[in-house]
Design a binder for this molecule. Sequence first.
Ligand SMILES: CCCCNC(=S)N1C[C@H](O)[C@@H](O)[C@@H](O)[C@H]1CO
Length: 633
Amino acid sequence: MNNTFVKDGKPFRYISGSIHYSRVPYEYWEDRLAKMYAAGLDAIQVYVTWNTHEPSPGVYDFSHQQDVVGFLRLAQKLGLLVILRPGPYICAEWEYGGFPAWLLREDGDVKVRTMDPRYISAMDRWLNVFLPKMAPLLYVNGGPIIMVQVENEYGSYYANDRLYTRHLRNEFTRYLGEDVLLFTTDGDSIGYLNSGTIDGVYPTVDFGPGNASAAFESMKTWNIQGPLVNSEFYAGWLDLWGKAHSRTSTKSIVDTLRQILDMGASVNFYMFEGGTNFGYMNGAEAGGGLCITSYDYDAPLSEAGDITPKYLAIRDTISKYKKLPPVKIPPSTLKYAYGTVKMAYVKGVLDALPVIGPPQPITSQYPLSMEQVGQNYGFILYRHLLKTTYPSAVLKADGIRDRGYVFVDGMFRGLLDRYGTTSFNLLAVEGQELSILVENQGRINFGSQILNNRKGIISSVTLGGDTLVDWQMFPLNFERLFEMQGLDNKLRFQSAPVTHSQLSPAIYTGQFVLPNVPDMPKDTYLNMQGWFKGQAFLNGFNLGRYWPVRGPQVTLYVPKTVLKPSPAQNVLVMVELDRAPCDGHSTEPCTVTFVESPILNKTATSSVTHSDTWLDKGKLSVEYSVDFEQLLP
Ligand SMILES: CCCCNC(=S)N1C[C@H](O)[C@@H](O)[C@@H](O)[C@H]1CO
């Protein structure tokens, strides 16, 4: 039989949808998978996130949110086959394209996705642990996995290292055997296929709505007798901070889907369920495109797993090509608007160092990167004791990765931004303490810049042309703030001098009890309107980054799984990096609001930067002119 897959001796064409277990709370996996099955999908397509399974070299996690075997078994139980994409590079707008940050700890930029021995030894060790877990799940062994992708769009990568792609294919075959269909995915052009295809591995392509026949032309030149496959049919698209929310029309998707299905081709929707980049796990693009916290992707199932008109239209189209399963569509989860919560200023980030910092700083002559001090994600504080007085000198840090909030003796002086200004004038006096709070905004996940992904401060800092030496590094862990909860769940800090006026970067907290009614908790959305930029934590769970002043995302998805029912207190902590709506001179407490629907399409602006917000408010000039006079000899 030409031009078709064969399963159990019969022609087999699949309709599949992408879902990433790392982006959906594991308590909700069954809900999303059941909805995908009810849509008429034959299979799900799953990326494996190496960096969540090996948080540090040789240390593995396959529990709870990382229980990938449990996720795949659940899919099988619900009647879904699996198309596995173990990467190890996965792109996916995921942190570092799925690579663990500790690959960057070695000196010199490790050349991922090549035969660089440092990369290959780490990758081989990982595959030696992971792939044996997949072997029992292969279809030939009674499992759901029908095919396995080798690498990911390698034809788009600059390296073109065929020894590497063959080595990877051989490793997959060594662990999974010969009876599994290995495939590649590349953009739908001859150029991509020329570089991305691997001997003995079935080539497939990816493309969005449009002319399916034309898109498959490139594939036909490679496997005239093989089934046509679109491995990533873009049912939506990614979102970046400061850019308009991506939308893909249902009509365009249905029209193209019909073309694809009429051709007898197999297809996978990318994404069918997008989910969320919780914590610090969003990816980035070279040049400053920062992926937002929501991975809604305008997908058929929303970030919260809601049934959308796009879902119903796709399901209806599928019903014209195959019998839908005799199941009801599971309902969208209920949401609840818990209302407004008062947020109180707790402490400046610098003043919280005894709680969020390490017992001792790491010291070094020159600044060490985040990876060199053994940290993967989030925030790191750099400190330097000034040895000279500079009445006015340029502070320059071209190696800031990615944003640095600069303080002198605890007073905010300005922002260093790798995508904006990496220097500004500073007035400082010998003996003062220079502190730079650095935010890692997510590692690049696509293109050759993936090689330059170190975070923190990655080169020398100069002041007035002098290279500053003798630095302390403090990796920060904001989750430790929840260890400060008193019996009443309020955050308690031992009294510490407030060396830093009530300006951001600062920590705010609020407590709230859910209504004492049946069926609580329910999902909700945290509306951050009025706040600027920071990180939100609820009951110790890192909800992700917020940047409502930039948009398009204004709300953060809050799954019910992180909430506590009445009478327990729910504790929200926000690390506001720019400006809280109530900071400094406001007597009103700040508030946030829990609402029942998301805002992902606010008119976005890419112009807002920290300095804009502060200088505009005149706060910086008023606040610091007084200080400078006091300080100067
Ligand atoms: C702007 C460059 C984006 C490159 N990534 C592309 S084309 N994509 C293909 C890639 O394989 C997938 O993981 C996703 O990253 C998807 C975009 O959502």
